[in-house]
Ligand binder design. Structure first.
Ligand SMILES: Cc1cc2nc3c(=O)[nH]c(=O)nc-3n(C[C@H](O)[C@H](O)[C@H](O)COP(=O)(O)O)c2cc1C
Length: 149
C-alpha cells in the first residue's frame, strides 16, 4: 500500500490546559478517533505551549483529504505545511494526542522547540518523544479484517 506522510504546525484558537481533553480538544480527539481509524491514518497531534504540530501518515488520498478538512478548521490558525511526501514505513502505528508538558518529559528534553526553524527530522523526533512520554489518548487503526465485518 502506498503511504505518505504530512506534517503541519498551527496555533490553537482556544486556551489549552495541559493534559486536559475537555472542550475543543476533546471534540478534536473524538473526530480524530472516528475518522483516522476508518481512513487508516496514524500519527500524532502534539500539543505544545500555544502551538500544535501534527504528523499524519496513511494512504496519500486519505492524508490529503484529512488535511483539507483540518486546514479549514476555525479551532486553529496559521496552519503551515512543513512536509508532504512518500513514506516507506509508518513511524506511528496508531493516532494519538500528546502534550509536551514538562511533567511528562524526561529531564534534559527541551520544554519548547522552535517549530519555525525545526527540520522535518526534529519534528518527527519530537512526535516520537511525545508518543512515548506525553500521550494521554490514542486510537488504534482499524485493521482491514475488523472493518470488513
Ligand atoms: C489541530 C486540529 C487537529 C485535528 N486533527 C484531526 C484529525 O487528525 N482527524 C480528523 O478527522 N479531524 C481532525 N480535526 C478536526 C477536523 O478539522 C474536523 O473538524 C473533523 O474532522 C470533522 O469531523 P466531524 O464532522 O465528524 O466532526 C482536527 C482539528 C484541529 C483544529
Amino acid at each position: 500500500m502506498a503511504l505518505s506522510q504530512l506534517i503541519y504546525t498551527s496555533f490553537p484558537n482556544f486556551p489549552i490546559r495541559s493534559g486536559s481533553l475537555t472542550g475543543p480538544l476533546g471534540e478534536i480527539m473524538s473526530a480524530g478517533r472516528a475518522h483516522n481509524a476508518r481512513n487508516q491514518i496514524s500519527g500524532i497531534l502534539g500539543v505544545e505551549v500555544n502551538r500544535f504540530f501534527q504528523i499524519l501518515e496513511g494512504p496519500p488520498a486519505k492524508v490529503r483529504e484529512t488535511f483539507e478538512r483540518i486546514r479549514h478548521d476555525r479551532r486553529h490558525f496559521g496552519v503551515q505545511l512543513k512536509h508532504f511526501g512518500a513514506l516507506e514505513e509508518r513511524t506511528f502505528k496508531d493516532w494519538s494526542i500528546g502534550f509536551a508538558a514538562p511533567a511528562f518529559l524526561p529531564s534534559g528534553e527541551p520544554a519548547h522547540i522552535d517549530f519555525d526553524a525545526a527540520s522535518v527530522q526534529t519534528i518527527l523526533d519530537r512526535g516520537r518523544l511525545l508518543r512515548r512520554c506525553g500521550v494521554i489518548a490514542e486510537a488504534d487503526l482499524e485493521t482491514p479484517s475488523a472493518s470488513e465485518f
